[in-house]
Design a binder for this molecule. Structure first.
Ligand code: PMP
Length: 434
């Protein structure tokens, strides 16, 4: 069956043919590819075509697909049982490893960790903790930041909502929506104002440690620290969402890179890399806040599959293999690729800005550096679909939306990189003539 036939068939049984909206090629058009296998830098579709992958499962495949150490760990764990609904030694090991890795210069924001299955659950629990800890109602978030699909977090969110141009979601009650205050990113005046006006009611503020769900928009230097200080002065909790950046941009995630001005979030959420490609995510924070969780405290949270042993094995194997040398390689690969794409655009006179946050990058079709959602929405987004399809035709799979980050993996060696570089001139030409 071809990709098109698979898509037709899928749509008869699955809404839109996909189990997560961005997979549907909604903003780039055309037929989504149905993949059957992935190894190293490549994914293969049902038609037998191979693509160099710059999506990498939206982040988790940081080592490349089907890394031998990760697969071996998963197979060994699966052979011992798929889950017990009871505690396992691996869960403690993973919690310890997370704590160790976020200890930077002797400072760690994490004393306790709870494992869950998705990033959405992690942020949902973090918010419940903020409300439970403060007894307050409201949550502050930034426009264009994505924190999963729980009711309170879909207001002006990035990722698929940015791709589809949706302001929020039907099915979220007005009462729930009103409990989330959305303010512009990288705008400290907006942060000061919202806390000055509603401070007594604000339980917490949540932000992507470096925004990467509206394309990449890093925080201005010192922004996270300043936001944290304002929130803490007000008695509100700070939730740094590192589902995307955690253990991807460095050993200690964005927290380990953003050290110019010291800051200490109350809670950090992880996902993607921490689960090595299987459904696993985590919330970490101080003992005082985390021990408000059941069974010790009054904030309830639970999960049949939480800390699943196979997912834990994938996470442990992945974190164990992402060494400082691997991060150095990922940074170098991101440097090479971002510079090559930019050069191809320059050669065709395509106005653009390269956006970086560690090894994450994306491009904005605009002359100006964007600092928030309004800026990225104002770009010449129509240039992306022809660029995307030219790359896809040449055997390179990019994120199917201009509002997403590109994800490099450690498997991007000379041959796959060469294929990407070869594909760029024609793709840039397609972007120029759009
Ligand atoms: N937070 C951030 C920053 C994310 O990037 C994502 C997913 N892209 C989520 C939360 C939600 O994670 P999940 O899709 O695993 O629910």
């Amino acid at each position: 069956m071809s990709n098109a036939e698979q898509f037709d068939r899928a749509r008869l049984s699955i809404p839109g043919g996909v189990n997560s909206p961005v997979r549907a090629f909604g903003s780039v058009g055309g037929t989504p590819r149905f993949f059957v296998e992935a190894k190293g830098a490549y994914v293969r579709d049902v038609e037998g075509r191979e693509y160099v992958d710059l999506v990498n499962s939206w982040g988790p495949a940081i080592l490349g697909h089907a890394h031998p150490q990760v697969i071996a760990a998963v197979q060994a764990a699966a052979a011992k049982g798929l889950g017990f609904g009871a505690s396992t030694p691996g869960e403690t090991q993973l919690a310890e490893l997370i704590r160790e890795r976020v200890t930077v210069d002797g400072r760690s924001p994490i004393e306790r960790v709870r494992l869950v299955s998705t990033g959405t659950e992690a942020t949902m629990t973090a918010i419940r903790l903020a409300r439970g800890a403060t007894g307050r109602r409201l949550l502050v978030k930034f426009a264009g930041h994505y924190h999963g699909h729980s009711d309170g977090l879909l207001a002006e969110a990035g990722s698929g909502l940015a791709t589809l141009g949706l302001p929020g979601s039907a099915g979220v009650t007005a009462e729930t929506a009103a409990q989330t205050l959305v303010i512009p990113y990288n705008d400290l005046d907006a942060v000061r104002t919202v806390f000055a006006q509603r401070g007594d009611d604000i339980a917490g503020i949540i932000f992507e440690a470096a925004a990467a769900n509206m394309g990449v928009v890093p925080p201005l230097p010192g922004f996270n620290a300043a936001v944290t200080a304002i929130a803490h002065d007000n008695g509100s909790l700070v939730i740094s969402d590192e589902v995307l950046t955690g253990f991807r941009v460095g050993s200690a995630g964005w927290w380990g890179l953003d050290t110019q001005t010291p800051w200490l979030p109350d809670l950090i959420t992880f996902g993607k890399v921490v689960g090595g490609g299987l459904p696993l995510a985590a919330i970490g924070g101080s003992a005082a806040v985390m021990e408000l969780l059941a069974p010790l405290g009054p904030v309830y949270q639970a999960g049949t599959l939480s800390g699943n042993p196979v997912a834990v094995a994938a996470g442990l194997a992945t974190l164990g293999a992402v060494t400082p040398e691997v991060y150095a390689k990922l940074n170098a690969t991101a440097d090479t690729l971002a510079a090559a794409v930019s050069a191809a655009f320059v050669a065709e006179g395509v106005e653009h800005v390269v956006q970086r946050a560690g090894n994450l990058f994306s491009f904005v079709f605009s002359p100006d550096v964007p600092h928030g959602y309004a800026d990225v929405k104002a770009q010449q987004a129509w240039r992306y679909p022809p660029f995307f399809h030219a790359m896809l035709d040449a055997g390179v799979s990019l994120p199917p939306s201009v509002f997403e980050a590109w994800f490099v993996s450690a498997a991007l060696d000379e041959a796959p990189l060469g294929r990407i570089l070869d594909a760029l001139p024609a793709a840039a030409k397609a972007a120029a003539s759009a």
